[in-house]
Design a protein around this ligand. Structure first.
Ligand code: 3PY
Ligand code: MG
Length: 252
Protein backbone atom coordinates (compact mmCIF):
# COMPACT_ATOMS: atom_id res chain seq x y z
CA UNK A 1 0.00 0.00 0.00
CA UNK A 2 1.37 3.35 -1.03
CA UNK A 3 -0.56 5.68 1.26
CA UNK A 4 0.78 5.00 4.75
CA UNK A 5 -1.98 7.05 6.22
CA UNK A 6 -4.74 5.01 4.64
CA UNK A 7 -2.94 1.92 5.86
CA UNK A 8 -2.83 3.34 9.39
CA UNK A 9 -6.60 3.75 9.27
CA UNK A 10 -7.10 0.23 7.91
CA UNK A 11 -5.03 -1.03 10.83
CA UNK A 12 -6.94 1.16 13.31
CA UNK A 13 -3.85 3.11 14.35
CA UNK A 14 -4.42 6.65 15.62
CA UNK A 15 -3.37 9.38 13.19
CA UNK A 16 -1.88 12.64 14.44
CA UNK A 17 -2.25 15.28 11.78
CA UNK A 18 -0.46 18.63 11.55
CA UNK A 19 -2.29 21.67 10.16
CA UNK A 20 -0.61 24.46 8.24
CA UNK A 21 -1.95 27.96 7.69
CA UNK A 22 1.40 29.73 7.18
CA UNK A 23 2.40 29.88 3.50
CA UNK A 24 5.94 28.58 3.85
CA UNK A 25 7.69 25.50 2.49
CA UNK A 26 10.24 25.89 5.27
CA UNK A 27 7.69 25.75 8.09
CA UNK A 28 5.95 22.88 6.25
CA UNK A 29 9.25 21.00 6.18
CA UNK A 30 9.80 21.68 9.88
CA UNK A 31 6.30 20.44 10.71
CA UNK A 32 6.80 17.29 8.64
CA UNK A 33 9.88 16.35 10.64
CA UNK A 34 8.26 16.61 14.09
CA UNK A 35 6.59 13.19 14.16
CA UNK A 36 3.17 13.85 12.64
CA UNK A 37 1.64 10.99 10.66
CA UNK A 38 0.24 13.50 8.18
CA UNK A 39 0.41 17.23 7.60
CA UNK A 40 -2.45 19.16 6.00
CA UNK A 41 -2.04 22.29 3.90
CA UNK A 42 -5.10 24.42 4.69
CA UNK A 43 -6.27 26.23 1.56
CA UNK A 44 -9.53 27.36 3.18
CA UNK A 45 -8.46 29.41 6.18
CA UNK A 46 -4.70 29.32 5.72
CA UNK A 47 -3.01 32.27 3.94
CA UNK A 48 -2.02 29.91 1.14
CA UNK A 49 -2.29 30.18 -2.64
CA UNK A 50 -1.67 27.36 -5.10
CA UNK A 51 2.01 28.20 -5.68
CA UNK A 52 2.70 28.08 -1.94
CA UNK A 53 0.65 24.90 -1.57
CA UNK A 54 2.75 23.24 -4.27
CA UNK A 55 6.04 24.07 -2.54
CA UNK A 56 4.60 23.05 0.84
CA UNK A 57 3.46 19.68 -0.54
CA UNK A 58 6.95 19.21 -2.01
CA UNK A 59 8.50 20.03 1.36
CA UNK A 60 6.19 17.65 3.25
CA UNK A 61 6.88 14.86 0.77
CA UNK A 62 10.56 15.12 1.75
CA UNK A 63 9.61 14.21 5.35
CA UNK A 64 8.10 11.08 6.96
CA UNK A 65 4.64 12.75 7.12
CA UNK A 66 1.95 12.11 4.50
CA UNK A 67 0.90 15.32 2.70
CA UNK A 68 -2.80 16.25 2.71
CA UNK A 69 -4.75 19.34 1.69
CA UNK A 70 -7.90 20.98 3.01
CA UNK A 71 -9.49 22.65 -0.01
CA UNK A 72 -11.23 26.00 0.17
CA UNK A 73 -14.54 24.61 -1.08
CA UNK A 74 -16.07 21.59 -2.81
CA UNK A 75 -14.66 22.66 -6.14
CA UNK A 76 -13.51 19.84 -8.45
CA UNK A 77 -10.86 21.89 -10.26
CA UNK A 78 -9.02 22.80 -7.06
CA UNK A 79 -9.32 19.28 -5.66
CA UNK A 80 -7.89 17.74 -8.84
CA UNK A 81 -5.02 20.24 -9.00
CA UNK A 82 -3.99 19.55 -5.41
CA UNK A 83 -4.06 15.80 -6.03
CA UNK A 84 -1.90 16.34 -9.13
CA UNK A 85 0.41 18.46 -6.95
CA UNK A 86 0.98 15.51 -4.63
CA UNK A 87 -1.66 15.62 -1.89
CA UNK A 88 -2.43 12.07 -0.73
CA UNK A 89 -5.77 12.97 0.66
CA UNK A 90 -8.31 15.78 0.57
CA UNK A 91 -10.30 17.24 3.43
CA UNK A 92 -13.33 19.03 1.99
CA UNK A 93 -15.14 21.66 4.08
CA UNK A 94 -18.89 22.16 4.46
CA UNK A 95 -20.23 18.82 3.20
CA UNK A 96 -23.92 18.98 4.07
CA UNK A 97 -25.64 16.55 1.70
CA UNK A 98 -25.02 13.16 0.13
CA UNK A 99 -24.96 14.86 -3.27
CA UNK A 100 -22.13 17.15 -2.15
CA UNK A 101 -20.23 14.17 -0.73
CA UNK A 102 -20.67 12.31 -4.01
CA UNK A 103 -19.38 15.26 -6.02
CA UNK A 104 -16.39 15.57 -3.70
CA UNK A 105 -15.42 11.90 -3.91
CA UNK A 106 -15.93 11.85 -7.70
CA UNK A 107 -13.33 14.63 -8.06
CA UNK A 108 -10.82 12.41 -6.22
CA UNK A 109 -11.41 9.26 -8.33
CA UNK A 110 -10.46 8.46 -11.90
CA UNK A 111 -13.19 7.00 -14.16
CA UNK A 112 -15.09 4.78 -13.98
CA UNK A 113 -15.42 5.54 -10.24
CA UNK A 114 -15.38 9.31 -10.60
CA UNK A 115 -14.49 12.15 -12.93
CA UNK A 116 -10.94 13.08 -11.92
CA UNK A 117 -9.19 14.26 -15.05
CA UNK A 118 -5.92 12.58 -15.95
CA UNK A 119 -2.69 14.52 -15.42
CA UNK A 120 -0.99 13.24 -12.26
CA UNK A 121 2.08 15.51 -12.63
CA UNK A 122 3.86 15.52 -9.23
CA UNK A 123 1.77 12.58 -8.05
CA UNK A 124 3.70 10.45 -10.57
CA UNK A 125 7.05 11.65 -9.20
CA UNK A 126 6.10 11.25 -5.58
CA UNK A 127 3.81 8.26 -6.00
CA UNK A 128 5.71 6.35 -8.68
CA UNK A 129 4.84 5.33 -12.24
CA UNK A 130 2.07 3.02 -11.08
CA UNK A 131 0.23 5.88 -9.32
CA UNK A 132 -2.64 5.89 -11.88
CA UNK A 133 -3.30 2.21 -11.17
CA UNK A 134 -3.66 2.57 -7.41
CA UNK A 135 -4.71 6.20 -6.90
CA UNK A 136 -8.44 5.44 -6.67
CA UNK A 137 -7.84 3.12 -3.75
CA UNK A 138 -5.16 5.09 -1.97
CA UNK A 139 -6.29 8.72 -2.02
CA UNK A 140 -7.92 9.53 1.31
CA UNK A 141 -11.22 11.43 1.19
CA UNK A 142 -12.55 13.15 4.31
CA UNK A 143 -15.76 15.18 4.29
CA UNK A 144 -16.04 17.92 6.88
CA UNK A 145 -19.17 17.82 9.00
CA UNK A 146 -19.67 21.35 10.25
CA UNK A 147 -23.26 22.33 9.52
CA UNK A 148 -26.61 21.34 11.01
CA UNK A 149 -27.64 20.03 7.59
CA UNK A 150 -24.49 17.89 7.48
CA UNK A 151 -25.43 16.41 10.85
CA UNK A 152 -28.99 15.75 9.67
CA UNK A 153 -27.69 14.00 6.53
CA UNK A 154 -24.82 12.22 8.27
CA UNK A 155 -25.91 8.66 7.51
CA UNK A 156 -26.45 9.41 3.83
CA UNK A 157 -23.06 11.17 3.68
CA UNK A 158 -21.35 8.20 5.36
CA UNK A 159 -23.01 5.88 2.82
CA UNK A 160 -21.16 7.62 -0.03
CA UNK A 161 -19.11 5.06 -1.95
CA UNK A 162 -15.42 5.89 -1.78
CA UNK A 163 -15.70 8.30 1.16
CA UNK A 164 -13.15 7.27 3.80
CA UNK A 165 -14.59 9.23 6.66
CA UNK A 166 -15.50 12.57 8.11
CA UNK A 167 -13.63 15.34 9.86
CA UNK A 168 -15.51 17.54 12.30
CA UNK A 169 -14.93 21.28 12.04
CA UNK A 170 -15.76 22.15 15.65
CA UNK A 171 -15.64 25.92 15.14
CA UNK A 172 -18.21 25.97 12.37
CA UNK A 173 -20.28 23.19 13.91
CA UNK A 174 -20.52 24.94 17.29
CA UNK A 175 -21.25 28.23 15.52
CA UNK A 176 -24.22 26.72 13.74
CA UNK A 177 -25.44 24.68 16.74
CA UNK A 178 -24.84 27.06 19.62
CA UNK A 179 -24.40 30.51 18.09
CA UNK A 180 -20.73 30.86 18.99
CA UNK A 181 -17.62 29.33 17.42
CA UNK A 182 -15.58 27.42 19.97
CA UNK A 183 -13.34 24.54 18.94
CA UNK A 184 -13.50 22.89 22.36
CA UNK A 185 -17.12 23.83 23.07
CA UNK A 186 -18.63 22.11 26.08
CA UNK A 187 -22.17 23.12 25.13
CA UNK A 188 -24.43 20.07 25.64
CA UNK A 189 -25.74 20.20 22.07
CA UNK A 190 -22.19 20.26 20.73
CA UNK A 191 -21.06 17.39 22.98
CA UNK A 192 -24.03 15.34 21.79
CA UNK A 193 -23.35 16.16 18.13
CA UNK A 194 -19.69 15.13 18.39
CA UNK A 195 -20.61 11.88 20.13
CA UNK A 196 -23.26 11.23 17.47
CA UNK A 197 -20.78 11.69 14.61
CA UNK A 198 -18.34 9.36 16.32
CA UNK A 199 -20.89 6.62 16.86
CA UNK A 200 -22.27 6.85 13.29
CA UNK A 201 -18.70 6.60 11.93
CA UNK A 202 -18.21 3.46 14.01
CA UNK A 203 -21.47 2.00 12.70
CA UNK A 204 -20.42 2.70 9.09
CA UNK A 205 -16.79 1.65 9.69
CA UNK A 206 -15.55 5.07 8.57
CA UNK A 207 -12.74 7.20 9.85
CA UNK A 208 -13.72 9.81 12.44
CA UNK A 209 -11.53 12.90 12.61
CA UNK A 210 -11.71 16.20 14.45
CA UNK A 211 -9.80 19.46 14.69
CA UNK A 212 -8.47 20.19 18.20
CA UNK A 213 -6.71 23.16 19.75
CA UNK A 214 -4.02 21.43 21.83
CA UNK A 215 -2.20 18.16 22.36
CA UNK A 216 -4.20 17.51 25.51
CA UNK A 217 -7.48 18.08 23.68
CA UNK A 218 -6.31 15.79 20.86
CA UNK A 219 -5.33 13.07 23.36
CA UNK A 220 -8.81 13.31 24.87
CA UNK A 221 -10.37 12.88 21.42
CA UNK A 222 -8.28 9.78 20.72
CA UNK A 223 -9.36 8.37 24.09
CA UNK A 224 -12.97 9.17 23.14
CA UNK A 225 -12.56 7.02 20.02
CA UNK A 226 -11.54 9.40 17.23
CA UNK A 227 -9.00 8.01 14.74
CA UNK A 228 -7.63 11.21 13.28
CA UNK A 229 -6.85 14.32 15.33
CA UNK A 230 -5.17 17.65 14.74
CA UNK A 231 -3.45 19.08 17.85
CA UNK A 232 -3.79 22.76 16.85
CA UNK A 233 -2.36 24.47 13.78
CA UNK A 234 1.01 26.08 13.10
CA UNK A 235 -0.25 29.57 13.96
CA UNK A 236 -1.58 28.51 17.35
CA UNK A 237 1.60 26.57 18.10
CA UNK A 238 3.87 29.45 17.09
CA UNK A 239 1.85 31.85 19.24
CA UNK A 240 1.70 29.59 22.28
CA UNK A 241 5.42 28.71 22.11
CA UNK A 242 6.27 32.42 21.89
CA UNK A 243 3.96 33.31 24.80
CA UNK A 244 5.46 30.53 26.92
CA UNK A 245 9.02 31.67 26.14
CA UNK A 246 8.18 35.29 26.95
CA UNK A 247 6.44 34.32 30.20
CA UNK A 248 9.43 32.16 31.21
CA UNK A 249 11.82 35.01 30.37
CA UNK A 250 9.81 37.36 32.56
CA UNK A 251 9.84 34.78 35.32
CA UNK A 252 6.03 34.55 35.23
C1 3PY B 1 -13.65 24.29 12.00
O1 3PY B 1 -13.41 24.11 13.19
O2 3PY B 1 -14.73 24.75 11.56
C2 3PY B 1 -12.63 23.95 11.03
O3 3PY B 1 -12.88 24.07 9.85
C3 3PY B 1 -11.33 23.45 11.54
O4 3PY B 1 -10.29 24.10 10.92
MG1 MG C 1 -14.70 25.07 9.42
Amino acid sequence: RKNLLKNAFREQQPIINGWLAIPSSYSAEIAGHQGYDSVTVDMQHGMIDFASALSMLQAISATPATPLARVSSNEPAQIMRLLDAGAWGIICPMISTAGQAKQFVAACRYPPLGNRSFGPARALLYGGKDYPQYANEEILTLAMIETREGLDNLDAILDTAGLDGVFIGPNDLSLTLTGSASAESQHPEMLAAVEHVLSRCRAHNKLAGIFCTSGQAAANRLAQGFHFVTPANDVMQLGSAARAAIAATRGE
